[in-house]
Design a protein around this ligand. Structure first.
Ligand SMILES: [Zn+2]
Length: 314
């Protein structure tokens, strides 16, 4: 297995896609003593804090009482089934939390978890959120029910029976790069921008949702043109990241600028400008320093990770 360095990817669970439609297998896993269950309340997972933050897996003997709650298969690790349970409807469930076990939102806790555990949260949060917001058939409006261990929903209307699948929304995020005319990579300049709601001093890669009927390369060029008035040529893929707020897939790229001219769209951005490579290196190193005058977003973000790779610092 290729190990990942991108936050929210790198789960060690085998998603067991070929077992999901096997009702008898699924029932056996739900009832197996060894099975483990991750509780989510208002999309916040239960986290064990003693001795370092980690996922607080519930053993099957306790989870059996939650059998009526929406449950989905996360996958298998060494043959042991792992499930996520949405416990919102359980009266008083918040009482489970104490000094050592708390329901904590994914974005806050992810930096404290191992990469494989954060990746499990990305899957659990996106999927649980999808079920919560897709309880009715988009085709006829009748209630729908989860199927395939939670990986699809089926309309309850016999005249419709439409099947619905979880969605992933692709977002392109990119560094515009102005190659040095003399071919000196160290003299390249890098485009970063900031939105008004960013914390002071934070500049990031530009980003935007892909639109239907668009390739990744086209979306990258369009976003750079729309937000910064930048003309670009070649686009190179760097890395991708699941971003479970609620269900984006971030696609990180670098695009070569064909001119240094910028026209910043003031509706989208407060500022966008060129930075020298050494400035961006300093901003990357300062990404978790709240007092730094200029910094990139923290390591959890793909903006941070693609900049690090572009600079050859990973
Ligand atoms: Zn329907």
């Amino acid at each position: 297995m290729v190990s990942s360095t991108i936050p929210f990817s790198g789960s060690l669970l085998d998603r067991a896609g070929n077992h999901r439609r096997d009702g008898a297998w699924l029932k056996a896993q739900l009832g197996a003593e060894t099975s483990r269950f991750l509780l989510l309340h208002e999309l916040k997972p239960l986290i064990a804090l003693e001795g370092g933050a980690r996922l607080a897996w519930f053993p099957q003997r306790y989870a059996a009482a939650l059998a009526d709650c929406p449950t989905l298969l996360l996958g298998l690790e060494n043959g042991v089934a792992h499930f996520a349970i949405d416990v919102d409807a359980v009266p008083g469930i918040e009482g489970l939390a104490d000094e050592q076990n708390k329901f904590i939102d994914v974005r806050s806790i992810a930096p404290q978890l191992s990469l494989p555990e954060a990746a499990i949260l990305a899957q659990a949060r996106s999927m649980t959120d999808w079920h919560r917001r897709h309880r009715f058939c988009a085709q006829c409006g009748a209630p729908s029910n989860a199927e395939d261990a939670g990986y699809s929903r089926r309309c309850s209307n016999d005249a419709c029976k439409a099947q619905h699948f979880p969605r992933t929304d692709p977002v392109v995020i990119m560094l515009g790069v102005l190659p040095d005319a003399g071919g000196d990579r160290q003299a390249d300049r890098i485009l970063l921008g900031r939105q008004r709601q960013f914390l002071p001093g934070v500049y990031s890669a530009l980003a935007g949702f892909m639109e239907p009927g668009e390739s990744i390369e086209e979306a990258v060029r369009r976003e750079l043109a729309e937000e910064a008035g930048l003309a670009t040529g070649e686009v190179r893929y760097i890395a991708s990241q699941p971003w479970p707020f609620p269900s984006s897939l971030m696609i990180g790229c670098v695009a070569d600028a064909t001119s240094d001219a910028l026209t910043v769209d003031q509706h989208e951005l407060e500022d966008a400008r060129w930075f020298r490579r050494d400035e961006v290196t300093t901003m990357l190193r300062a990404s978790t320093d709240m007092n730094a005058p200029l910094r990139l977003p923290p390591p959890l973000s793909l903006a941070h990770q693609i900049t690090k790779r572009y600079l050859g610092m990973d």
